[in-house]
Write a protein that binds this ligand. Structure first.
Ligand code: AHG
Ligand code: MN
Ligand code: MN
Length: 344
């Protein structure tokens, strides 16, 4: 039998080690990340069975207990809420699946210091066709006093105030990647032991990339500046980096951004003439990824402003997103500047 490889740290071991390195740390954030890891494992089990849904019953069917079966994104939402409500670190949550935020109003939760915003399952249109989907989350320290129930002000904080952010990708393997200001680390689920194991320590986003990800179907709805940038990417020699670029777009931002984070690249969901604020949600899609990518050395803007500086006004607001490798982002910014001469 092979000796156990003690070089490989589980998510739990890793987060505990992090606590040991920070003087006066209470371990609440570590507990919270481990809670999210548990929900991710439960969601993963159901996501893996998605192809069987027509055989085992769909969203409108009833299960053996006579309960209505839930859609996968509702299931994911319930799992995340459950672990956070029953854990000791979270005072309340907001989710893509819920109109309003939810205060956890019991004695322990009222005294917890964090709130979490999440998209429980992103890329839902890809579930039926077996393409990677994901979970996205951002963690903030509450601004109201511990001991009271959380209020909207705890959630409507600029992304810069995140203390941690992460995502889970249900892909060819299942991974949990999270960032704190100390760095970005990726853990791959080892199904044989049911644990997330540190597989991608200290992820950095290459300054240069070769990949761009955008929905080309909307090309003629983008601003002149965005069209100019895409045109330049396609013409070898138009941009200073002289890279031959390749286009990749799955329709699951978790998959597209995970690849671009690891390999280098840019992801864009610009405003269109129809949707002036784009499609993606600031609080639980753009902010967590902006935080992760910035910690990894990249950049994220709405075309004008740094995403992490945007003062939110509502939980579900949308915003355009441009995010990725620092050098590609700088080239994009040059193209978006109104004074830039048109290159077709
Ligand atoms: P949803 O939140 O409805 O699952 O949408 C997925 C998001 C994001 O993951 C993806 O990058 C984008 O929508 C794709 O949208 P388009 O099909 O409009 O390109
Ligand atoms: Mn979703
Ligand atoms: Mn989503």
């Amino acid at each position: 039998m092979n000796p156990i490889n003690r070089q490989v740290l589980t998510l739990d071991e890793f987060t505990i080690q992090q606590v040991r390195q920070i003087p006066n740390a209470t371990g609440e954030l570590s507990t919270l990340l481990r809670d999210i890891g548990l929900a991710a494992k439960r969601i993963n089990v159901e996501v893996n069975k998605a192809g069987l849904v027509d055989i085992l019953g769909d969203a409108n069917a009833t299960n053996v207990q006579g309960e209505a079966q839930k859609k996968l994104d509702v299931y994911a939402n319930t799992q995340l809420m459950g672990v956070l409500r029953h854990g000791i670190s979270c005072a309340g949550i907001a989710s893509e699946e819920l109109d309003d935020f939810v205060p956890f109003d019991d004695d322990i939760s009222r005294n917890s210091k964090y709130v979490v915003l999440f998209d429980p399952l992103d890329g839902s249109s890809n579930i039926d066709v077996n393409i990677s989907i994901g979970t996205i989350f951002g963690v903030y320290r509450r601004v109201t006093e511990q001991g009271s129930a959380v209020s909207e002000a705890d959630f409507l904080q600029p992304g810069l105030r995140q203390v941690a952010a992460g995502y889970v990708i249900y892909g060819s393997s299942t991974m949990l990647v999270y960032a704190t200001r100390r760095g970005v680390n990726g853990f791959t689920l080892d199904p044989s032991i049911g644990e997330f194991c540190l597989s991608h320590p200290n992820i950095t986003c290459p300054a240069k990339g070769k990949i761009y990800s955008v929905n080309h179907g909307n090309f003629f709805q983008y601003s002149a500046g965005v069209q100019r940038y895409i045109n330049r990417l396609q013409k070898k020699g138009e941009l200073p980096t002289q890279e031959p670029y390749t286009q990749r777009y799955t329709g699951s931002m978790v998959a597209d951004l995970h690849r671009n984070l690891v390999k280098g690249g840019i992801f864009m969901y610009p405003a269109t003439f129809q949707n002036r604020d784009g499609k993606l949600r600031l609080m639980y899609e753009c902010n967590p990824f902006a935080f992760i990518v910035e910690v990894a050395g990249g950049k994220a803007t709405d075309g004008l402003n740094r995403i992490l500086n945007i003062q939110p006004t509502s939980l579900h607001q949308r915003c355009p997103l441009f995010i990725g490798s620092a050098q590609m982002m700088e080239e994009l910014e040059n193209c978006l500047m109104p004074a830039t001469t048109t290159h077709g």
